[in-house]
Design a protein around this ligand. Structure first.
Ligand SMILES: Cc1ncc(COP(=O)(O)O)c(C=O)c1O
Length: 367
């Protein structure tokens, strides 16, 4: 039994999957085509169909996906973009890269996801987009966000880096916003063996802009029609690997959810608040508990050989790189929960015996 990692990528990519992945790499090697070729085209088609949207534009990573999707919906320097502050600085990094301004709105106490009400209250005449992050594998209240974005005619962007496959009423994340950004970083529910990302959208206009921006802003070869372009391409090897892993995604998500449910049944400690994990709108990317003495439990788990993490320890507006501009900002719920959250091991290959062991250790903790 090894619980010293919150995610074991060796196990995740091993066994029969390893053979399939190796065969895919050999196939690409033999094809002699390494960038923007048939594997990328096939993956984009398959992932768009999976998400229930018309277009997928694959990219080099999820942070580029956020930046290019913002550019794709028309965000420019000086514009405001509303986002949560508890989601690891990724959306802020993308907004700042454009020279736009992140405007932080508070989260819901129960889910720790961006609050619709708080986001609506943060709208000004300079607001050019809203980013909703489906943090921890939980889906935000998308019918309410959709209605609000339509009311103000503001583009709604989903950050789905932690929620591949989550759905509500049969409609998956990525299909609710005007466009959505995905990361395929190796630890994600759908992870490459290296970096990768994508923008999905049913808007031909947004998709074609992002497609141009991922390749220097080219409209056609060597003709740069869009500012803000760069090289951000998913390579053929990663696309071939992702095509194989996409076929297993729903099964992995079910396993992650089962693990989360087993934790929820097994953890009986009165000091610990458990997450809501039992719908298809949760895909178990991270299993996050809450408690007042978070750091003490973390130390205790470490003594018992059990890994844990904090996603994330610093709110975006408190990050040293930007905090001077945000001295006036204070979001009470984001601040309170940041000191309470603790992520326990959760990945599809974790065994029920390991989950039981973690529960037993936690239940034996004298807070
Ligand atoms: C919520 C969220 N958004 C964006 C990203 C950025 O993705 P990448 O690391 O592929 O740039 C990540 C994770 O890494 C993430 O967790």
């Amino acid at each position: 039994m090894s619980l010293d990692k919150i995610n074991d990528l060796g196990l995740h990519n091993g066994g029969s999957l390893q053979e399939e992945l190796a065969a895919a790499l050999t196939r690409v090697l033999a094809s002699g085509w390494f960038v923007l070729g048939p594997e990328v085209q096939a993956f984009e088609k398959e992932f768009a169909a999976y998400c229930g949207v018309k277009h997928c534009v694959s990219l080099a990573n999820g942070t580029d996906a956020l930046e290019l999707v913002l550019r794709g919906v028309g965000v420019d320097a000086g514009d405001e973009v509303i986002t949560a502050a508890n989601a690891g600085m990724y959306s802020s990094t993308a907004i700042l890269a454009i020279g736009a301004k992140p405007v932080y709105a508070d989260i819901e106490e129960s889910s720790m996801l961006l609050s619709v009400k708080a986001a609506e209250a943060a709208i000004t005449k300079h607001t050019k987009a809203i980013i909703v992050t489906h943090l921890y594998g939980q889906m935000a209240d998308m019918p309410a966000f959709r209605a609000m974005a339509d009311k103000y005619a503001i583009p709604l962007i989903e950050d789905c880096a932690q929620s591949h496959g989550a759905a509500s009423g049969g409609k998956r994340v990525g299909a609710w916003g005007d466009a959505a950004a995905f990361s395929f970083y190796p630890t994600k529910n759908l992870g490459a063996l290296g970096d990768g990302g994508a923008v999905v959208s049913s808007s031909e206009m947004i998709a074609s802009r992002v497609r141009a921006l991922r390749q220097y802003g080219w409209e056609s070869k060597y003709q740069v029609a869009h500012r803000g372009g760069r090289n951000s391409r998913l390579d053929e090897m990663q696309a071939a690997l992702l095509r194989i892993k996409l076929q297993r995604l729903d099964n992995w998500n079910r396993k992650r959810r089962d693990i989360a449910l087993a934790y929820n049944h097994g953890i009986k400690h009165p000091a610990i608040r458990l997450p809501q994990v039992n719908g298809e709108d949760y895909v178990g990317h991270l299993y996050v508990i809450r408690l007042n003495r978070r750091d003490a439990l973390r130390d205790y788990l470490k003594q018992h050989g059990i890994a844990s993490e904090v996603h994330y320890p610093i709110l975006d507006y408190r990050q040293p790189a930007v905090s001077a501009q945000y001295r006036e900002v204070s979001l009470p719920i984001s601040e309170k929960t940041t000191s309470e959250i603790l992520t326990l091991p959760c990945y599809p290959e974790l065994t029920m015996a390991e989950v039981e062991k973690v529960c037993e250790v936690i239940n034996g903790w004298h807070a």
